[in-house]
Design a protein around this ligand. Structure first.
Ligand code: URP
Ligand code: ZN
Ligand code: ZN
Length: 478
């Protein structure tokens, strides 16, 4: 099986140049000008198009038991949607409950993907409890299961959240194992106190979600993690960074020598807090944590990407239906779905809205349209933050995140002349709404390959379910 992509503008994190890419089997065999097509090759004319390395989403939830429900996608809908949007590798958060065994959880999450996913995948292993058995289990996950990153939650008290002793032990163990720790940084006690105060004041609609988790809550969480990272020497990666205050807290720590990386996610770059303020409970569609902030934070995030202070853009894809699941937090008793689910025993309110926005399909088109086309970032930065940096940080480079001889033939031929509009009517993600409904896009992948096999042609999935491989990784963060 050979594929020759001819005369495209090849774009890597370092440079852009016009040339051909020859894929033989699952890998890139040659890069150059006027390459000869092997007899069996499919030849794709990429004149006027970009050729990017397959994009990596470093933060997705596909199987997620959360807030009394389950996220809506499975690996069929999610991997198809990812590929249509140019994402060829998924790093999913494996999120066991505090009662679950981490190795069993990893097997469960892997089992949901294996045999079904059309694209390659791997996992950040959630550490949601730390007891005397945990170090041996984590060591086994790293040495035998190819785990190279953990996930901790400073938020979601009583669910995934860990306490400070557990955080310290997890970071110490990660440092010994050479594993990077990804972290959701919000101060859980502050969130609980502010939620209780707002609800007691009768402020129960989705528009109160952001005030219950203001920027100080996130910045405190970041500062907290940075202090623990500084003391343990662990390498840390802050997921879904939403605001200037959080970027500042992490940047200051980086300046003092803390090994920290910053991720932001596409909703924060494109949407703002007004969406969650939409009337008649519609705002629930945009409830995620940390919340989507005021518009004034967006230029700081874009500048952080351009300057390299922010390393990656993920999605935090967390799909829940509006009509049913988001309605678990409807304040009107007759509209609240599953009103029995209330950990605090109170009537339904914004604290019961499942947190998350579907976006696995839209990240690259939005980054290109809102970032590259407007001049906020250049093409090299698009590739860096959408692919190469995640590959480097999470032990996938140069197999992924690069266009080089020997790298996997995961490529995106991108059509900058395409014009379209994002809509639930045309999306592949399995939700009853799009968080980006009506947003215009100026470009889309015209061809996407998964290790040499064409998986997408002009917006249509033509790949193979189950072809996706579990990517074993080696620790690199000693
Ligand atoms: O609101 C969010 N972010 N939902 C998914 C879970 C998480 O915190 O990443
Ligand atoms: Zn999170
Ligand atoms: Zn998440």
């Amino acid at each position: 099986m050979s594929l020759l992509i001819r005369n495209g503008m090849i774009v890597t994190a370092e440079r852009s140049f016009v040339g051909d890419v020859l894929c033989e089997g699952e890998t890139i065999a040659a890069i150059g000008e006027n390459l000869e097509a092997p007899a069996d090759a499919e030849v794709v004319d990429a004149t006027g198009r970009y050729v990017f390395p397959g994009f990596i989403d470093p933060h997705v939830h596909i199987y997620l038991p959360f807030m009394g429900t389950f996220s809506k996608d499975d690996y069929e809908s999610a991997s198809k949607a990812a590929l249509i949007g140019g994402t060829t590798t998924l790093i999913e958060m494996c999120c066991p409950s505090r009662q679950d065994d981490p190795l069993e959880a990893l097997a469960l999450w892997r089992g949901k993907a294996e045999g079904l996913s059309a694209c390659d995948f791997t996992f950040h292993l959630g550490v949601t409890k730390f007891d005397e058995e945990t170090p041996a289990k984590l060591k086994k996950a790293v040495e035998e299961e190819g785990v190279a990153s953990f996930k901790v939650f400073l938020a979601y008290k009583g669910a995934f959240g860990i306490d400070d002793n557990e955080l310290y032990q997890t970071l110490k163990t990660a440092k010994e194992l050479g594993v990077i720790v990804t972290a959701h940084c919000e101060n859980a006690d502050l969130v609980s106190a502010l939620q209780a105060k707002l609800v007691a004041e009768g402020k129960v609609g989705p528009e109160w979600h952001e005030p219950s988790r203001p920027v100080q809550v996130e910045a405190e969480g970041c500062h907290h993690l940075m202090s623990f990272a500084e003391l343990t020497g662990a390498h840390v990666y802050v997921v879904h960074t939403s605001c200037a205050e959080a970027v500042q807290a992490i940047s200051e720590a980086k300046a003092r020598g803390v090994n920290a990386w910053i991720e932001t996610v596409i909703p924060y770059l494109v949407l703002d807090s007004s969406y969650a303020e939409r009337p008649d409970f519609e705002g629930a569609k945009w409830v995620m944590s940390p919340p989507i902030r005021d518009k004034e934070h967006q230029p700081i995030l874009w500048q952080g990407l351009a300057d390299g202070i922010i390393s990656t853009v993920g999605t935090d894809h967390a799909p829940f239906d509006f009509a049913t699941q988001k309605h678990m937090g409807h304040p009107d008793a007759d509209k609240a779905v599953n009103a029995d689910f209330s950990p605090r025993g109170e009537a339904a309110n914004f604290t019961l809205i499942p947190n998350g926005i579907p976006s696995i399909e839209d990240r690259i088109n939005l980054l290109y349209t809102e970032g590259v086309k407007t001049g906020k970032i250049d093409l090299q930065t698009l590739v860096k933050v959408g692919s190469t940096e995640a590959a480097k940080i999470f032990g996938l480079y140069p197999r992924k995140g690069e266009i080089a001889v020997g790298s996997d033939a995961v490529l995106v031929v991108y059509d900058p002349d395409y014009r379209g509009t994002i809509s639930v009517e045309t999306q592949t993600m399995n939700t009853d709404y799009s968080g980006f409904e009506g947003v215009a896009i100026e470009g889309r992948p015209s061809l996407v390959t998964v290790r040499g096999e064409v998986a997408v042609r002009d917006g249509e999935f033509v790949g193979t379910l189950g072809r996706g491989e579990y990517l074993k990784r080696k620790p690199t963060h000693f």
